[in-house]
Write a protein that binds this ligand. Structure first.
Ligand SMILES: Nc1ncnc2c1ncn2[C@@H]1O[C@H](COP(=O)(O)OP(=O)(O)OP(=O)(O)O)[C@@H](O)[C@H]1O
Ligand SMILES: [Mg+2]
Length: 240
């Protein structure tokens, strides 16, 4: 479904990704974990076209998408729920969600049942339903995070990129987010998940990649990484 081969990327003169390769098969939940500054967000930005790769390949169902503009990539069905909360603050919750469906309403992809999907997104996030007419900028941080995730889902993505969906959330909401991720997986949504809660991410994922300094240091089935002594020590809180 999604394959990244030997991807390199830079900010100005500073090279950040030094040849990243990863794969997400259809229906799989793959997690990308690693220390702060390792290059996880940059990898996602390159996949969704927010930045242009300097080298390597990005393939969506075998077709090269590397270097396409982000709106083109989103039309092809790659949805990115970015790190931090990027919602349209002066639009209502409902309008933010409808804007999420925008790229599928243009050409090339099936229009589908937007109202039905809106309903489904609001079912998934009952908090958003209660606040659907509220301006997104007045939502709490955690609610905005959920809105960003729900909006990405409105694209009916072939692949959903989730960058730290739990960031800044209270523990109970973190649990809720993981619950939602599990539900999406059951529904067959293909996902690439970046998470600071590495243990929790490996707990729901099929496969995992550990990133260090712009490279993939370790990869394997999630269950295997959970028991890897090196991974445990460095990322899972000393093996506890
Ligand atoms: N817009 C930018 N301009 C310059 N350097 C950047 C920019 N964004 C990120 N970087 C640098 O690129 C490197 C990788 O950053 P990135 O955001 O991809 O890391 P990350 O793995 O997502 O980290 P975190 O877990 O903290 O979110 C870091 O050294 C960071 O300082
Ligand atoms: Mg990041």
């Amino acid at each position: 479904m999604l394959e990244v081969k030997n991807l390199t990327a830079a900010y100005g003169q500073v090279s950040v990704l030094h040849g990243v390769s990863l794969k997400v098969e259809k229906g799989q939940l793959v997690t990308l974990i690693g220390s702060n500054g390792a290059g996880k967000t940059t990898t996602m930005r390159a996949i969704s076209g927010m930045i242009s790769p300097t080298g390597g390949e990005i393939l969506l169902e075998g077709k090269s998408i590397g270097g396409l503009a982000s709106h083109q990539i989103s039309k092809l069905g790659v949805a990115h729920s970015p790190e931090g909360r990027r919602v349209f603050p002066t639009q209502s919750v409902k309008d933010n969600l409808l804007l999420g469906a925008f790229s599928r309403l243009t050409f090339g992809r099936e229009r589908g049942d937007v109202e039905g999907d809106l309903d489904r997104a609001l079912d998934l996030f009952p908090r958003l339903r209660e606040r659907k007419d509220q301006l997104a900028g007045t939502l709490s941080g955690g609610e905005q995070q959920m809105l960003a995730m729900a909006r990405a889902l409105m694209l009916k993505p072939e692949v959903l990129l989730l960058d730290e969906p739990s960031m800044g959330l209270a523990p109970i909401l973190v649990e809720e987010v993981f619950h939602i991720i599990k539900r999406l997986k059951q529904e067959g949504v293909t996902m690439l998940l970046v998470e600071q809660f590495a243990a929790a991410a490996l707990g729901v994922a099929d496969y995992g990649y550990v990133m260090e300094n712009g490279r993939i240091a370790v990869e394997g089935p999630a269950a295997q990484l959970q028991n890897d002594p090196k991974v445990k020590e460095a990322y899972l809180g000393g093996g506890h």
